[in-house]
Design a protein around this ligand. Structure first.
Ligand code: FNR
Length: 180
């Protein structure tokens, strides 16, 4: 099963990047997770959408050919970062690559609310894109710096157990939604 991962943070030491890298390794026997280089996407401009830069076409093709999408996002000012919204805006137009695409949402933060406000906005945006977001299964990793080691491995057992369950639920969801 081919899953593409989108990380909503462009900073080098992003804990959401580390979380996705950890998931790629932990679930490698079950799913093949490819991290999308959304930092290569230019700022969306409707003038360019019919003749976009080649990188846009290439990245959209990877999304279109995937079985599902994993999105890991921080919360910026009670919503998702513009960096992530930009990618989703490209994906929403012309060949609308997110339609009927199963999506799993996760988020990690050093703060206490676990990116909940960003994730609620993200689920609303994904609805606009026609994606099939895994219902429930809210992976809200708060106080993340205490739940990860220096390499970014998740070490907090209850969180790990929950993440394992959600990944199983997502794999089932990808299989079920193929029939839609
Ligand atoms: C934040 N941060 C933040 N945290 C939060 O819980 N609610 C918020 O509204 C915001 N807003 C916000 C805006 C901006 C511009 C920045 C840079 C940061 C803190 C944020 O969650 C924290 O920096 C995370 O570590 C960012 O995720 P990555 O980059 O580590 O993946």
């Amino acid at each position: 099963m081919k899953i593409v991962a989108i990380v909503g943070s462009n900073r080098k030491q992003s804990i959401n990047k580390k979380l996705v890298a950890f998931m790629k390794e932990r679930y490698q026997e079950k799913v093949d997770i490819e991290i999308l280089p959304i930092e290569d996407l230019p700022m969306y401009n409707q003038d360019d959408e019919l003749t976009p830069p080649q990188v846009v076409t290439e990245i959209k093709k990877i999304v279109a050919e995937s079985d599902g999408v994993l999105i890991a996002t921080p919360e910026y000012n009670h919503s998702i970062p513009a960096f992530l919204k930009n990618a989703l805006d490209w994906f929403s137009r012309v060949d609308k690559v997110m339609i009927k695409k199963p999506v799993m949402v996760v988020g990690a933060t050093p703060g206490v609310l676990g990116t909940i406000r960003a994730q609620l906005h993200l689920r609303q945006i994904l609805h606009a894109l026609g994606a099939l977001t895994l219902p429930g299964n809210e992976v809200l990793i708060n106080s993340a710096l205490e739940k990860m080691d220096a390499e970014g491995n998740l070490t907090h057992e209850p969180t790990l157990a929950f993440l394992d369950t959600v990944m199983e639920n997502f794999i089932d969801w990808v299989e079920k939604t193929k029939k839609l």
